[in-house]
Design a protein around this ligand. Structure first.
Ligand SMILES: Cc1cc2nc3c(=O)[nH]c(=O)nc-3n(C[C@H](O)[C@H](O)[C@H](O)COP(=O)(O)O)c2cc1C
Length: 167
């Protein structure tokens, strides 16, 4: 084996998972951001974690109110996954500007994208500084699923968004 870098090996681990992190903005609206670095942590109690750059607007929102929904986007919204991952809620109203259709989740005032195959409603428990990111550790409040919606993944590292069977 040859010495490599973490960015390089993300191409070898493709397809990588991809989620849309949905948070509540100070004005009550929803911000959407694309995140590949997430993982389940515990089944009992149900817990998950995800990592976001310290500078992310999503991070500001969840550190403010502790509320977050992680969704797994499905095939019809591949284009939105890339848009939400290349713009910031600091200066963009992503739902309005990209015309993203949303749906409501039971017991939740954060909107989630239509065409999601999974939605995990969470309360942030704590966050930990990890280099240039924060790791957000979350209690799962409720999990929703739509098995009819085919999940998207990130290919070529994080360069392309496509379902597993079509990439
Ligand atoms: C496929 C893909 C995966 C991404 N994964 C992550 C990630 O795991 N963590 C992260 O901090 N940013 C990730 N990003 C970049 C963020 O989505 C991007 O920085 C975004 O502008 C953050 O939005 P916000 O400032 O509104 O929170 C990813 C982008 C793409 C396109």
């Amino acid at each position: 084996m040859k010495e490599a870098t973490l960015p390089f090996v993300t191409r070898l681990t493709s397809p990588n998972p991809v989620t849309i992190v949905c948070t509540q903005k100070p004005d009550g609206g929803t911000n959407l951001a694309t995140v590949s670095w997430w993982m389940p942590l515990s089944f009992n109690p149900e817990m998950i974690a995800y990592a976001m750059a310290k500078t992310s607007f999503s991070g500001e929102c969840v550190r403010e109110n502790g509320k977050v929904v992680l969704t797994v986007p499905a095939a019809p919204i591949a284009e939105h996954v890339m848009s939400c991952g290349t713009t910031t809620g600091h200066d963009t109203d992503k739902i309005a500007d990209f015309g993203i259709e949303t749906q409501e989740l039971e017991g939740c005032d954060i909107q989630v994208p239509a065409h999601s195959c999974v939605a995990i409603r969470c309360t942030m428990k704590e966050y930990v500084e990890v280099g240039d990111h924060y790791l957000y550790i979350c209690d799962v409040n409720k999990v929703f699923a739509d098995p009819e919606e085919p999940a998207l993944f990130a290919w070529d590292g994080y360069a392309k968004i496509a379902p597993a069977q079509q990439a």
